[in-house]
Design a protein around this ligand. Structure first.
Ligand SMILES: [Zn+2]
Length: 210
């Protein structure tokens, strides 16, 4: 299994290409505006993008969902609670996007524990609300890696003062992630990579993350 990262507009988003090297199937996690680059990377590796996995429904991380699906026929997946955001985003202008993204109806509505199979690679859905109501992390247990979107960053976490955010739920979600093995490698939605073991501050959380 191989992971490639593209740091992308509109907000220095981390977009990931996850490749199952045996089957040459691939998934994109949070495409942001890196759809073209991610397709080029997959092509170079001889891989086919079969899923677009969204950690949550914010427009900065999902803006290329529709264009990727049209270009490669990938299925768009998102935790069910955040799915309506993909259509709502098309009705709202954002300062960081030249135009609202096209509306997208999700192909797959993920639930807690949903497994997404990319060839022999299994990504499990962990519901981690707090940044949005339907934020989720994708855990590839066999490889010891976790895609955290805007839930967990190196040294901090995503904002909770936005629509659908919840400081209390964020605390619960971070504590949940802290239960994963310490050597779990974390690929966040912004900023550098880390491990669960390095994020010692989570253990000290006493009050909701504001
Ligand atoms: Zn976000």
């Amino acid at each position: 299994m191989l992971v490639e990262k593209v740091v992308s507009p509109p907000l220095d988003n981390n977009a990931y290409l996850l490749v199952d090297e045996t089957s040459k199937q691939a998934a994109v996690v949070d495409p942001a505006l890196a759809g073209t680059e991610l397709r080029a990377r997959a092509e170079k590796l001889g891989a086919k993008i079969v899923y677009v996995l969204n950690t949550h429904g914010h427009p900065d991380s999902t803006v290329d969902d529709g264009s990727l699906r049209s270009a490669v026929g990938a299925k768009v997946a998102i935790f069910e609670v955040d799915a309506p955001r993909l259509e709502r985003n098309a009705r709202e202008s954002r300062w960081f996007l030249a135009a609202p993204p096209a509306p997208v109806k999700a192909d797959i509505l993920l639930k807690e524990g949903s497994d997404v199979k990319i060839g022999d690679t299994v990504a499990r859905t962990l519901h981690t609300p707090g940044h949005t109501e339907g934020s989720a992390c994708f855990y590839v247990e066999a490889a010891g890696i976790l895609f955290t979107g805007d839930t967990l960053y190196a040294g901090s976490c995503g904002r909770t003062d936005v629509f659908g955010g919840s400081p209390a739920k964020m605390m619960f979600s971070l504590r949940r992630l802290k239960e994963l093995p310490a050597d779990t490698h974390v690929y966040p939605g912004h900023g550098p990579e880390t491990t669960i073991g390095d994020e010692t501050w989570i253990s000290d959380l006493t009050y909701p993350v504001v």
